[in-house]
Ligand binder design. Structure first.
Ligand code: UDP
Ligand code: MG
Length: 316
């Protein structure tokens, strides 16, 4: 008996791409089922992340017309990572392996065959890695590359050029479900799970319709979340900076006292003003950084649900 595959697709205002995406996924799934690689009750699970357009209507229609399509509706928009998590946690109850991918088909769906093959070879996690970023703007490419480097520098284990296109086995998903943090950054957590893993490379394409749901603001907050959720190095950096500045200020004090004794008190007004501003700025920066972590702790201790499911359409 072949294993059951669920493909989880988070969707936020994706009415423009869903008809095409569903058609392409149906073709792919039918092919895999016919070849005997996956079980007949495999499904494509669309997660509606509180879309404000016709996304949920389209998902319901797809489900009514074809049991291959399942739908999960979140009660409101919770962001890509939470929507993905909701889908993964729901799918793991029915599936042996789950693949997550974006609704816009930027990730090559033909890589799915290789994902499944690697899974049968005994891998619990298969990462989809982009072989090139030729279709991304130079800006997105540059910032993404910088982000991966910076994350590595901070000691976060993260797979280069891997977005959230990956396969996970039931076992790996069970392990993932034990991570109960509210500020979830899947790309950082999954490599921590362990298990046999493999990599499949593919070409990333351009979005064929609609526009990116990740404007610069969301991208930056995502990167910032990733860093502060996984590394305490920024805090340590603040401490070290504080110590260095303190020692420096002691020398400055001695210097100031000596100049006073020698009687040249008026000189040095500009350096004084400069350092007041500089230290003030650094202090604010550090306070802000500490506040970030306090805020994280605050949201973690509340243990609020990461998503709320409004309805679930699934043909078992
Ligand atoms: N998405 C989501 N909730 C959000 C934002 C995005 O579920 O609040 C989904 C979106 O529908 C898509 C995926 O996350 O399937 C990736 O978004 P997008 O393609 O816009 O990001 P990009 O590829 O530009 O980084
Ligand atoms: Mg995209």
């Amino acid at each position: 008996m072949a294993d059951v595959l669920y493909i989880v697709v988070p969707c936020y205002n994706e009415e423009e791409v869903l008809p095409e995406t569903s058609a392409r996924l149906k073709e792919k799934m039918s092919g895999l089922i016919a070849a005997g690689s996956i079980a007949e009750n495999s499904r494509v699970l669309f997660v509606n992340d509180g879309s404000r357009d016709k996304t949920w209507q389209i998902i319901s229609q797809l489900h009514d017309a074809d049991p291959l399509f399942s739908g999960l509706k979140l009660s409101r928009n919770r962001g890509h990572q939470n929507a993905l998590l909701a889908g993964l946690m729901t799918a793991k109850q029915y599936a042996d392996m789950v693949i997550s991918m974006d609704a816009d088909l930027q990730d090559d769906i033909d890589a799915i065959d290789q994902f499944v093959a690697r899974y049968y070879e005994g891998n619990d996690i298969v990462y989809g890695v982009r072989s090139s970023r030729a279709t991304d703007t130079a800006f997105k490419r540059g910032t993404a590359q910088g982000f991966y480097k910076f994350m590595r520098l901070l000691g976060v284990d993260i797979v280069d050029n891997h977005a959230d296109y990956r396969l996970m086995s039931k076992r790996a998903l069970e392990a993932l479900s034990q991570y109960s943090e509210v500020n979830i950054f899947l790309r950082g957590i999954v490599p921590q799970l362990g298990f046999p893993t493999a990599i499949v490379t593919y070409e990333r394409k351009e979005r064929f319709a609609g526009e990116s749901k990740y404007p610069l603001k969301k991208m930056l907050s995502f990167a910032f979340d990733g860093i502060t959720s996984f590394s305490v190095k920024p805090i340590r950096f603040v401490t070290v900076l504080g110590i260095v500045l303190f020692i420096f200020s002691l020398f400055m004090l001695i210097y100031a006292l000596i100049t006073k004794i020698l009687g040249h008190t008026v000189a040095g007004w500009s350096t004084l003003m400069g350092s007041i501003w500089m230290i003030g700025g650094i202090q604010l920066l550090c306070l802000g950084l500490i506040g970030e972590y306090v805020g994280k702790v605050y949201s973690e201790v509340k243990r609020r649900p990461r998503y709320i499911i409004e309805s679930f359409l699934n043909e078992e």
